[in-house]
Design a protein around this ligand. Structure first.
Ligand code: ADP
Ligand code: ZN
Length: 666
């Protein structure tokens, strides 16, 4: 008997082994086996039995069958994901296996990685409010879907419309019939309220588990085991949770499905939302994707009838959407460098009323760059093509790509004649300006500098207890927070994200603006949102103001169709990087030439070209993009080309990473 074994290595192929007759009864697909590998031994997983090869004499025998690891369903996911994402099957296996199983080397580092684990505020009372008519109708449809999953749902509800309440009822119904529920959230530390509400559904300790990257390996192993044994009835997890084995899984919720953190863009570039949809289609379970600002991919799936859209158009209890105003920064000449006078007035008024305000700036640090007024020099990171950001406390220049930093010396490094001047503003400056202008206000800042895995939670708790009046932050503050006393949201520079060389720039700007706006005025008190911009006529801004997301999405879908971008075509990005820029360029050209020859007319190739920020950490980064209308047809062909290229033409100094359906285009 011969078997194909997947080893947890960056190998594109399985290896064939012989099973001695005394082990034949045990060696079933999905079992872990110990096998000889070169002069050593390795542990792998049986994928399937395979027919006798003619010259099978050289085939080695397995040493032992250890224990069952993966079910048939999981083996299917393993094979499909490896093929679809053009990723070594061994890499996918590592994602499906329990943490620790294959990772002996990393063990020594565990103590270092151990972080304080944020615990859910119980991350409230389990009594759920009674649903309004819209929620009831959505829930009814969801319950029918649970009974007979045909198509996944997109729950498209405005911010604060009570989507989570619908997920909770659906989860409750699954629990009542003995099933399991997987809830995916973008970032655990930033969504303590959502986690807390699911936790409250558990009746016994262990019913609800939370899995995220802040856990130690042994904690993650416990979650994996509890999920597999069915002890955990609900698991709330970040993207890697989509691989959890759950034998009685009936429902996967993907909250904030548009969030880009569901996409992994290293080693194995999967999209957790898309894997959730695959599991739903192949494991007879229901998937609900939810968002106030759905991705165009999700909306297009609805338009094609592959997914059913459920709308929640109002906030329960009649809370009104905040009034949104665009502030045209071109009009006001002598204003404060950060705030328009309109925003200052609103801020002052909110503080007087003892209400809370949120100020969104999508850059951490004090000044995004510094410049010599004498010679014009802008200090850059030596290893990345990017200018250095000034941080005030402690005074340093930091590279936001490689995270290296150096103490700040105000004298220009180039001419030595003048003192560098600080340009632009980031969260640190905004917070200190608010404090200077409103000395009595309690100001906090939330960004990667102030919020570790647990730090963010402290800030959110303080916000909830109203110990903070003004919260200044990056994208971190846009997630699903719900603060009844927050009535003002200010977006300081709405256009920064619009001009990135990324076809999703407008979509993302619209999503961020809408999400920030949605934090204000969620309860009885009305909210106000001010959007400061130099481009008041941009359609992303108009959409955020008018809450006409669908209109914006229709227009944007039109642009995508014309330009030939997702969701109408699929992209496969092949990233090449290495220390020698010339070698990386030549390798990229060779790959593009090879791939280009094999393409059909409805497939096209973009590049090779350097990525927008070419050099990071001293490595030159290039890419080749393939566009296709029929990925299923292209995939095997591309797999063969890439395998062959990796084996025969890829210099050992160049790293190649295949990224199917890329999200980070920078
Ligand atoms: P979303 O997930 O759409 O952002 P949530 O489910 O968090 O919205 O609901 C927003 C707020 O409204 C929460 O505080 C929630 O408890 C409350 N809420 C939701 N539905 C109802 C309802 N039917 N009756 C009363 N309060 C509700
Ligand atoms: Zn750098």
């Amino acid at each position: 008997m011969l078997i194909e074994v997947v080893l947890p290595l960056a190998m594109r192929h399985t290896l064939t082994y012989r099973v001695p007759s005394h082990l034949a009864g045990e060696a079933r697909p999905g079992c872990l086996v110990r096998v000889p590998l070169g002069r050593k031994h390795a542990v792998g997983c049986i994928l399937r039995e395979t027919p006798h090869a003619e010259k099978s004499l050289k085939i080695k025998e397995i040493d032992a069958v250890l224990r069952p690891l993966l079910s048939q369903k999981e083996l299917k996911l393993l094979e499909w994901a490896a093929a679809y994402y053009l990723t070594p099957i061994g890499e996918v296996l590592r994602h499906l296996a329990p943490p620790d199983l294959f990772e002996t080397r990393a063990k020594a580092r565990e103590t270092k990685a151990r972080k304080k684990v944020p615990h859910a505020a119980s991350f409230d009372t389990p009594t759920l409010p009674s649903l309004n008519a819209e929620q009831e109708a959505a829930l009814r449809t969801v319950l029918e879907g649970l009974a007979r999953p045909v198509r996944p749902f997109l729950l498209h509800g405005i911010t604060g419309s009570g989507k989570t309440e619908v997920y909770l009822r659906a989860a409750q119904s699954v629990l009542e019939t003995g099933g399991q529920v997987l809830v995916l959230v973008p970032e655990i530390g930033l969504t303590p309220q959502v986690v807390g509400r699911f936790r409250a559904l558990g009746k016994n300790p262990g019913d609800v588990a939370v899995s995220h990257s802040g856990l130690t390996r042994s904690q993650r192993y416990e979650v994996w085991k509890g999920a597999r044994e069915g002890r955990h009835r609900i698991v709330v997890a970040t993207r890697s949770g989509v691989f959890l084995p759950m034998p009685r899984l009936r429902l996967i919720v993907v909250d904030e499905e548009h969030d880009s953190s569901y996409k992994q863009e290293e080693r194995f570039c999967y999209h957790a939302r898309d894997l959730a949809l695959w599991r739903a289609a192949h494991e007879n379970l229901l998937a609900i994707l939810g968002s106030a600002t759905p991705s165009l991919e999700a909306l297009q799936r609805c338009a094609q009838g592959k997914m059913t859209c459920l709308r929640l158009a109002a906030r329960p209890l009649g809370a009104k959407l905040p009034e949104v105003r665009i502030v045209d920064l071109r009009r006001e000449k002598d204003r404060h460098p950060v705030f328009s006078s309109e925003l200052l007035q609103e801020l002052e008024a909110a503080l007087k009323r003892k209400e809370q305000a949120l100020l969104f700036v999508n850059r951490r640090g004090y000044a995004p760059f510094v410049m010599c007024p004498e010679c014009g020099r802008v200090p850059e990171c030596g290893r990345c093509d990017i200018s250095l950001t000034f941080h005030k406390n402690p005074a340093r220049l930091e590279c936001h790509y490689c995270e290296s930093s150096r103490p700040y010396d105000p004298v220009c490094p180039a001419c030595g004649k003048a003192t560098l001047s600080l340009r632009g503003f980031g969260t640190e400056k905004v917070a200190s300006e608010v404090q200077r202008l409103f000395p009595g206000a309690r100001v906090a800042r939330m960004d990667r500098d102030t919020a570790g895995a647990a730090g963010g939670l402290d800030i959110l708790e303080k916000m909830k207890r109203r110990e903070i009046d003004v919260l200044v932050g990056t994208q971190m503050i846009t997630k699903g927070h719900d603060y009844p006393h927050l009535t003002l949201a200010g977006i300081l520079d709405a256009d920064v994200g619009l001009h990135l060389p990324d076809f999703r720039a407008a979509e993302r700007t619209y999503q961020i603006l809408t999400q920030v706006a949605g934090r204000a005025g969620r309860a009885e008190r009305p909210g106000t949102v001010l959007i400061q911009t130099y481009q008041p006529q941009h359609e992303s801004l108009i959409a955020a103001v008018s809450y006409d997301g669908l209109e914006f999405c229709r227009t944007e879908l039109g642009h995508r169709r014309e330009a030939g971008y997702p969701p109408f075509l699929r992209l496969v990005e092949i990233r090449l990087s290495g220390s020698n820029a010339g070698t990386v360029r030549k390798t990229s050209e060779a790959l593009a030439l090879r791939a280009g020859r094999a393409l059909k007319t409805d497939e096209s190739l973009l590049g090779p070209a350097p990525r927008p920020v070419e050099t990071v950490r001293g490595k030159s980064r290039w890419r080749v993009l393939v566009k296709t209308a029929q990925y299923a047809r292209l995939q095997p062909k591309l797999a063969a080309i890439l395998d062959d290229f990796a084996e025969n033409d890829l210099p050992s100094t160049v790293k190649m990473l295949v990224n199917v359906d890329p999200v980070d285009m920078m």
